[in-house]
Design a protein around this ligand. Structure first.
Ligand SMILES: *[C@@H]1O[C@H](CO)[C@@H](O)[C@H](O)[C@H]1NC(C)=O
Ligand SMILES: *[C@@H]1O[C@H](CO)[C@@H](O)[C@H](O)[C@H]1NC(C)=O
Ligand SMILES: *[C@@H]1O[C@H](CO)[C@@H](O)[C@H](O)[C@H]1NC(C)=O
Ligand SMILES: *[C@@H]1O[C@H](CO)[C@@H](O)[C@H](O)[C@H]1NC(C)=O
Length: 314
């Protein structure tokens, strides 16, 4: 026990010293915490920080008309939901995508004049009664997920939404100033996006999916399958089938924000993995097919090393 404690303390001080060096190096460079300064992060002192070891700026989070997906990434992506169609169909669908949506989605350049702060808002029941609404609304960029509502929950979750990440089954209509960020898990998800903005989607292979969506098409962004593979292979070291949307959204925020505050992740004070806006029906749900426990450990490590600030309710 004593030995364990000693080891832990030793590790703690090593990390603490590392962090001080890391912050000083970085703050000297640009004044923001998470910036795209490879020199600061590549230095040896910072190698004990998860952020520095795993983050790879060269992975593009969003697809552009110029993105060249590797065959390797396509083969990883096609297995996550058993895609049967081949790479040629994928490529043809992606080129159709960029006839409708912006071919070079704006990243909202991180770290220009000042730090761009982001709130990543998950849907955990630990938001209930948290009173985080004002703190969330105070951030420059607010990223929400799937159905997570604001109406009726403003005090705890805030009001503004800059980005809403979704997949077809979790889609909802958006305010004209909100960016729709699609996580595609199969080619049909890309088809759905095109049709939901044009003719309407009428395929029957989804259980329940909106045929049309109201959102600003100039603000649509599609996650790069290579970014999903990187979230899985690098950030989760390949554990589980593939990462949850919530986990990939935190990694996305590390790439596009200068400061990341995370709300509404994890279980509530009783250990329930439920949503703030609905009663949990299946108590054994836990985190489904996603490696939830491991994802949570990574998130806590990121919070511990001060890469993100994690708010877990009362
Ligand atoms: C970052 O990703 C690129 C593209 O996959 C890869 O070539 C490069 O080796 C990676 N860099 C590091 C430091 O892992
Ligand atoms: C969209 O939401 C913002 C607040 O996030 C609000 O100020 C604006 O009026 C809304 N726009 C529309 C078209 O509803
Ligand atoms: C929505 O936003 C776009 C700019 O992105 C603007 O051109 C358009 O007029 C807006 N539509 C409405 C209904 O506010
Ligand atoms: C956790 O779930 C149980 C059973 O549904 C419920 O009684 C309890 O109030 C929940 N805990 C919180 C903090 O909401």
């Amino acid at each position: 026990m004593a030995l364990k404690l000693k080891t832990a303390l030793c590790l703690l001080s090593v990390i603490a010293i590392g962090l001080v060096v890391f912050r000083i190096t970085f703050l000297d460079y640009s004044g923001c915490f998470l910036g795209q300064s490879s020199s600061a992060y590549d230095s040896e002192e910072n190698n004990n920080v998860l952020f520095a070891r795993r983050l790879n700026w060269s992975i593009e989070p969003f697809l552009t008309a110029k993105t060249k997906l590797s065959e390797d990434a396509f083969n990883w992506w096609k297995l996550i939901q058993m895609e049967k169609r081949d790479f040629a169909v994928y490529k043809a669908t992606v080129s159709k995508l960029f006839e409708i949506f912006p071919p070079t989605p704006d990243l909202g350049k991180a770290c220009s004049a000042r730090c761009r702060t982001c709130a990543v808002v998950g849907n955990s029941a630990n938001l209930k009664g948290s009173g985080y609404g004002r703190l969330i609304d105070y951030q420059d960029v607010i990223i929400r997920m799937n159905f997570g509502p604001t109406k009726g929950y403003e005090k705890d979750v805030g009001t503004r939404t800059t980005y809403r990440v979704m997949y077809p089954e979790s889609a909802m209509d958006l305010n004209n100033s909100t960016h729709l960020v699609l996580f595609p898990f199969k080619i049909q998800d890309l088809d759905w996006l095109i049709k939901a903005f044009t003719t309407g989607f009428s395929g029957r292979s989804y259980a329940a999916v909106k045929s049309k969506i109201k959102a600003n098409k100039d603000l649509v962004k599609v996650i790069n399958p290579a970014f999903m593979m990187y979230s899985h292979k690098i950030w989760l070291e390949g554990k589980g089938t593939y990462p949850s949307t919530g986990f990939m959204t935190v990694i996305l925020a590390l790439h596009i924000c200068d400061e990341v505050q995370v709300f509404g992740y994890g279980a509530d004070s009783d250990g329930n993995w439920s949503h703030y806006f609905e009663v949990l029906r299946n108590k054994n749900f836990k985190t489904g097919i996603h490696p939830g426990k491991h994802e949570h450990e990574i998130l806590q490590q990121l919070a511990y090393e001060k890469t993100v600030k994690l708010y877990q309710g009362l």
